[in-house]
Design a protein around this ligand. Structure first.
Ligand SMILES: [Zn+2]
Ligand SMILES: [Zn+2]
Length: 409
């Protein structure tokens, strides 16, 4: 384990210097969204149109995560009403295959493979296989790539459904290094911190899902997703379970709308420090924790040498930044958390703490030895999106560090 964290630091440093050097261990940052829908499920545009949106907006990779289905095989759907054909034709010519009768206007959906052949470009743009396991009671997980087969069973309650999904995920035969994420826990106030503790074999959490109803920030009765993340990671580490890493995503469904209430693309993404632009390399880097989540803040530098976590923002003109280091202390005990008494989990003062905070574009946190883990979050004064009083600020979340040696014991 110690070796792996040393490698992590080397990767980080090489990643930073790789922009100017050319060696075989070179790594670089890739931007991607790993939660996306198209007409293959309940998105409102063709997969190729969604993919080209991302390609033309500076993304390197996208994972299509349709509800309980994968974009393969022959599928015909009703042609979407009020569809902007001119926009499609401008990008793809007469690629659509339609069936028109007096009663019906059907169109064949292009498979992921067909769109890959048309849009992928080595080192520039990649489409990654995925699926959103969509169980009853609003319990959803992204499986990237999906296993060949998985049963989707509900239960009468959220708890039953969640437990049943975890069992099916554990049983399924995944590719090596598959990514499984717990999606939008606060949508319909579905999940609690206790579920994130229970999901001990899952390593990723959507700490920011950018559908307006995702309730990322919680309310007076519910923990925010950041709080749930910290509560769960504290308890997980105290029980020698690896912490969850955070992703931000679009959960995009609506591609030609400007309505803030729609699930628009371009609001949340991850930046992954990988050796190359391939599904395997992106997933390997994510499993190492070599990535951060963002809703608009970019990082110029991110390093951890075992003692110091250093973060430097890529500043934008006229924008100010607050860097906050958050963590829990080792003195915390699992029985100090009240997980099951209601929707809002109470936690002790030694957990989920602001360890330090500064208004600046760079900051260092030096670990004292008392921390269970530390993470950084950068918050800018610029808005990503706003609906009434709900504001999603442009932010960046780095992954928890400082916990690896503890796991060795
Ligand atoms: Zn979902
Ligand atoms: Zn979704």
């Amino acid at each position: 384990m110690f070796r792996s964290i040393v490698n992590f630091f080397i990767f980080i440093f090489l990643g930073m210097s790789s922009l100017i050097s050319c060696n075989s261990l070179e790594t670089r940052w890739y931007k991607g969204n790993i939660h996306t829908h198209s007409l293959w499920s309940d998105g409102d545009d063709f997969l190729e149109m969604a993919a080209i949106w991302y390609k033309s907006h500076g993304y390197h990779f996208v994972s299509f995560t349709e509800h309980n289905t994968v974009p393969e095989g022959e599928r015909w759907v009703y042609f979407p009403s009020h569809y902007n054909r001119a926009d499609y034709t401008e990008k793809f010519g007469n690629w659509l295959q339609e069936y028109v009768s007096e009663k019906d206007n059907l169109v064949r959906l292009h498979t992921l493979q067909e769109v890959k052949e048309r849009l992928e470009k080595k080192d520039e743009f990649l489409l990654i296989e995925g699926m959103e396991l969509t169980a009853p009671n609003n319990v959803h997980f992204n499986l990237i790539p999906p296993p060949r087969h998985i049963d989707i069973e509900g239960g009468s309650t959220v708890d039953d459904t969640f437990t049943s999904c975890l069992k099916q995920i554990d049983k399924a035969e995944f590719d090596k290094n598959a990514i499984v994420t717990i999606n939008h826990p606060n949508w319909e106030w579905t999940l609690r911190a206790k579920h994130l503790v229970e999901a001990k074999n899952i390593k990723f959490l959507e700490v920011c899902n950018n559908c307006v109803e995702s309730n990322n920030q919680g309310d007076s009765k519910h923990n925010s997703l950041e709080e749930m993340w910290d509560i769960a990671n504290t308890i997980r580490l105290l029980k020698n379970i690896e912490p969850l890493y955070a992703v931000a995503s679009d959960d995009a469904h609506n591609y030609s709308s400007q309505d803030v209430l729609n699930a628009l693309p371009g609001r949340g993404w991850i930046m992954v420090l990988a050796r190359e632009l391939s599904s395997e390399a992106i997933r390997e880097a994510m499993l190492r924790g070599d990535f951060y989540a963002s809703t608009g803040v970019s990082l110029e530098k991110l390093s951890f040498d075992g003692k110091q976590l250093y973060i430097k923002v890529t500043p934008q003109p006229g924008v100010s930044y607050k860097i906050t280091f958050v963590g829990s202390l080792k003195e915390t005990k699992p029985d100090q958390f009240v997980l099951a008494s209601g929707p809002k989990c109470a936690y002790p003062e030694s957990a989920c703490k602001i360890l330090s905070q500064i208004d600046d574009t760079q900051a260092t946190y030096s670990l004292t030895g008392k921390e269970l883990y530390v993470r950084a979050v950068v918050t800018s004064n610029r808005i990503c999106w706003q609906y009434k009083e709900t504001i999603c600020w442009q932010q960046a979340w780095t992954q928890p560090v400082g916990w690896t040696r503890r796991m060795e014991k």
